[in-house]
Design a protein around this ligand. Structure first.
Ligand code: COA
Length: 170
């Protein structure tokens, strides 16, 4: 398997849309990616390629924690998808791990995600770390956070505000 993980190129946009449409079985996430790109909200966008064909994609965009003492910008992981025929081969894992490494090179300190805890806790995401962060998607065990350096979220509490393209999911 000739798997490569790299930053998206302009040429990848159509293939990325297709990955999300097929993985999620609908247009919502593909539209979200297009809207985040159009709005300039993409911080990290990686594709997984097999023999130069895009088979997976992960995106990180900034979100705001609004607290009583001010606002702090962190990152959101969403969406993540791998083409159905290539799932369960470690491609999603490679995208998340490389994505987190790429996020460490940005100015952001932490990442939030809404997803399956069984999947995301293996990368360091934790529901407990997100306890003091209010999700716009409602209370759930699927709401997790991870610090990009120890203590990054210590003492931080507030409501997480996503950029406008996420409104359709709230
Ligand atoms: C989630 C997703 C990106 C994982 O990609 P992948 O390449 O299959 O992941 P990996 O091969 O690295 O890991 C697979 C393991 O994760 C687990 N897993 C896969 N998808 C999962 C999911 N949605 N929730 C929880 N666990 C999941 C499986 O149990 C699998 O382990 P197993 O093979 O031992 O059973 C892929 O399944 C996908 O595109 N799903 C549809 C879109 C989606 O739900 N995205 C996530 C939104 S938060």
């Amino acid at each position: 398997m000739n798997l490569k993980i790299r930053t998206e190129f302009g040429d990848d946009h159509e293939a990325i849309q297709l990955v999300h449409e097929q993985a999620f079985g609908g247009l919502a996430e593909a539209k979200l990616v297009a809207a985040l790109r159009a709005g300039g909200y993409i911080t990290v966008s990686l594709v997984a390629t097999l023999n130069d064909n895009v088979v997976g994609h992960i995106l990180f965009s900034p979100v705001m924690i609004r607290s009583a003492v001010g606002s702090i910008e962190i990152l959101s992981l969403a969406p993540l998808a791998v083409l159905p025929e290539f799932q369960r081969q470690g491609i999603g894992t490679a995208l998340v791990k490389m994505g987190i490494e790429a996020c460490k090179a940005t100015r952001y300190s932490s990442i939030v995600v809404l997803g399956d805890p069984a999947y995301y806790t293996q990368f360091g995401f934790s529901p407990a770390l997100a306890c003091s962060l209010k999700s716009p998607f409602g209370d759930s065990d699927s709401w997790m956070a991870m610090e990009l350096f120890p203590g990054a979220l210590s003492g931080i509490a507030g409501s997480v505000v996503y950029p406008p393209p996420f409104k359709v999911f709230e």
